[in-house]
Design a protein around this ligand. Sequence first.
Ligand SMILES: Nc1ncnc2c1ncn2[C@@H]1O[C@H](COP(=O)(O)OP(=O)(O)OP(=O)(O)O)[C@@H](O)[C@H]1O
Ligand SMILES: [Mg+2]
Length: 255
Amino acid sequence: MIIMWKNDITKEIEKKRLKIRKDEDLFETVEEVFDTRTLMALYRIINKGIISEMRGVVKSGKESRVYWAKDKNDNDIAVKIYLTSSMEFRKSIFQYIQGDPRFKVVKDYRKMIYTWAQKEYKNLQIAYEVNVSVPKPIYVYENILVMEFIGENGVPAPLLKDLSVINIELFNQIIDAIKKLYNKAKIIHADLSEYNIMVRNNKIYIIDFGQAVTIEHPMSYEFLLRDIKNIVRFFRKNGIDVPDDEVIIKWIKEV
Ligand SMILES: Nc1ncnc2c1ncn2[C@@H]1O[C@H](COP(=O)(O)OP(=O)(O)OP(=O)(O)O)[C@@H](O)[C@H]1O
Ligand SMILES: [Mg+2]
């Protein structure tokens, strides 16, 4: 039997209260959008010591929510939680996983989302390994992906679409990144546009790799061309003189 001094008992109760309060805060932060399984998964990641504190929502989309959080060393981290309830997502997810030899297609929808999160994590990992500028992947579990936070003090860096000054240097960085992804990581982003590129201190960061495919995917050429067209269109719209799609694609495919 463990005998505690009254003082210790008070301390224990205080500790428990604090924990409950922390749990309540967590629930408040992650709100009612997440089901019990997602909250359990989040607890698991917290208990593993990967996340120490959830701060606020950075961005709430149709398919996911991105949170600002802290790791145990007080570094900012980003936590992307895929919504297991999004119908839109159910429809779009399928075509990308289908043609990818790395993932076997599963019928269970929840598992499909887990696969999606895994896929984003793996794609970030190989991109990061070949020095493409992406948020450093930290951890993935079920529908939750933890990565480096791109921004400062919980404020995300602006997306390319929101920048006030657009220059050719940004274009060159993006095309370089697409080339490295293609030749070294052997993947194509497949949803690249001014909406999935963040810019911090004039440096681009490509985000949102869930749908990225390997170059063996049957639609890989179409995806690559679409990515390039989006980028070319954006820069031309902003008055920057950039080469034509065919010239770029040829350059990208050159080893
Ligand atoms: N690592 C990160 N650090 C900081 N902010 C991030 C990070 N990743 C994503 N964000 C922010 O969250 C937003 C959504 O992220 P992302 O594009 O990966 O998700 P999504 O599901 O495609 O959302 P949406 O449907 O809104 O595009 C981004 O536009 C960006 O503002
Ligand atoms: Mg996005």
